[in-house]
Design a protein around this ligand. Structure first.
Ligand SMILES: Cc1cc2nc3c(=O)[nH]c(=O)nc-3n(C[C@H](O)[C@H](O)[C@H](O)COP(=O)(O)OP(=O)(O)OC[C@H]3O[C@@H](n4cnc5c(N)ncnc54)[C@H](O)[C@@H]3O)c2cc1C
Length: 270
């Protein structure tokens, strides 16, 4: 289980990393936490001739809120998400995601950027970021691109990255997600359909587009909302739960397996 020989590069700026990636082309791979790439190299399922280690580049870590966005630096470790008060209190879905990834040793090294860039369908962040309407910010030769998460994953283990280094912005925008659902799926909703929404309804002060829920409710058998936040916080700040709840046939607080089992029991019994 020894990887094939490779050359190691340790750029100290994004510009230097981009230059290396452009120069080395398909022979090079970005190295972040190494928790997916190194095992693949040991098994010789990946044999890059050059590794571009971005861990020495300043400015690629950090978790902050600004202009209605949550910004997560690509090199942010899973353990940092897990330990962040901001993530725990304002983004419980992300907090829950980070907690279930692997074990503490892996979480100390694995990065959010690497989890997304690897695009393994079995990874946890892709689904969470899709649910949150994230944007991936990719820096490459042509400058910076903001890629909506729906367009980021182009297939299993494939992304829209073209030799770029990434950063992640997540901003929950339920209104936008509902409009997309209406555009793509409303025709499939009928009286045999149960629609379940999972989320905290924190809409970052975007348009709530609750008319979509009204229409789903009219067409569907049931519309169920499972919210991981405490009921006391619903409707406060940017939570649109007060607007969304009246359109739902069932609204439940649900942030652990016990609560989920109770909801399922109620649904099965009904
Ligand atoms: C034992 C074990 C259990 C695991 N369990 C889970 C789990 O339960 N859930 C889960 O989601 N994941 C799990 N993982 C995967 C883990 O989260 C990975 O570390 C993660 O998928 C990749 O992140 P990384 O930082 O280690 O990336 P790396 O391994 O360094 O890179 C992975 C890929 O992404 C590319 N890449 C990395 N960073 C960037 C960047 N910033 N820009 C562009 N390309 C980049 C690399 O070139 C490489 O192709 C597990 C891993 C292990 C070893």
């Amino acid at each position: 289980m020894i990887p094939a020989a490779f050359e190691y590069h340790a750029p100290t700026s994004i510009a230097e990393a981009i230059g290396l990636l452009a120069q080395l082309g398909d022979d090079a791979k970005v190295l972040s936490g190494g928790q997916s790439l190194i095992p693949l190299m040991k098994l010789r399922l990946a044999n890059p001739r050059h590794l571009v280690d971005i861990n020495g580049i300043p400015g690629l870590t950090g978790i902050s809120e600004a202009d209605g966005f949550l910004r997560i630096g690509a090199l942010t470790r899973e353990s940092e998400l897990e330990e962040s008060d901001l993530i725990r209190t304002r983004y419980p879905l992300l907090h829950d995601t980070s907690k279930v990834i692997a074990d503490p040793v892996v979480r100390n090294l694995a990065t959010v950027g690497g989890n997304l860039a690897h695009a393994d369908p079995a990874n946890d962040h892709p689904a969470t970021m899709l649910a949150m309407g994230a944007e991936v910010v990719a820096a490459g030769r042509g400058g910076e691109r903001r890629i909506p998460i729906e367009a980021f994953f182009t297939g299993p283990f494939e992304t829209a990255l073209r030799g770029d280094v990434i950063n992640v912005y997540a901003h929950s925008d339920f209104g936008r997600a509902f409009k997309a659902f209406h555009r793509d799926h409303i025709a499939a909703v009928n009286k045999r359909t149960t629609v379940i929404v999972l989320g905290d309804a924190r809409n970052n002060y975007n348009l709530p587009h609750d008319w979509v829920l009204k229409e789903i409710r009219q067409r569907a058998k049931q519309l169920i909302w499972l919210n991981p936040e405490n009921r006391m916080t619903w409707g406060f700040g940017d939570s649109e739960m007060d607007h969304y709840a009246p359109h739902c046939s069932l609204v439940e607080e649900c942030r652990n397996l016990g609560q989920l089992y109770r909801v399922i029991d109620r649904l099965v019994a009904a």
